[in-house]
Design a protein around this ligand. Structure first.
Ligand code: NI
Length: 130
């Protein structure tokens, strides 16, 4: 599996984009994922792709990054890997102690491709996109 992006939880996507642009990242448009209650924007610098993830409703506290943001503030929180065979890679990782946290579900940020989130007690959260 090759690395697709590093996910970065932020409170305000426009302000975060601005700060990342100062560091030399080029960003695309903001994508609204109403299923998950988040705004997403992808930025690149050198060979690295960063995914900014911000709650649509900061006060509601019901987005996948709300808990993390209240505990840790803006922070990188997952590495996403690209899979050619999602089911096989999930099985492979489960056999080695990774737990399936969020089962395969289409993601608007990836044109409807499925993503899963898995958790390792040793390295935390990873995402896999097919
Ligand atoms: Ni991600």
């Amino acid at each position: 599996m090759k690395i697709d992006h590093i996910g970065y939880a932020v409170k305000n996507i426009d302000k975060a984009k601005k700060a990342m642009k100062v560091l030399g990242y080029d960003f695309g448009d903001v994508i609204e994922d109403t299923d998950r209650g988040i705004y997403i924007s992808f930025g690149t610098k050198d060979a690295l792709c960063i995914e900014l993830v911000a709650p649509i409703d900061v006060k509601a506290g019901n987005s996948p990054v709300s808990n993390l943001l209240s505990k840790a503030g803006p922070t990188p929180y997952h590495i996403c890997y690209h899979s050619d065979d999602l089911e096989a890679d999930v099985s492979f990782l489960e056999a080695d102690g990774f737990r399936l946290l969020i089962p395969p579900a289409p993601a608007v940020a990836f044109g409807g491709k499925r993503v899963v989130f898995m958790f390792s007690v040793d390295i935390g959260l990873i995402e896999i996109v097919e």
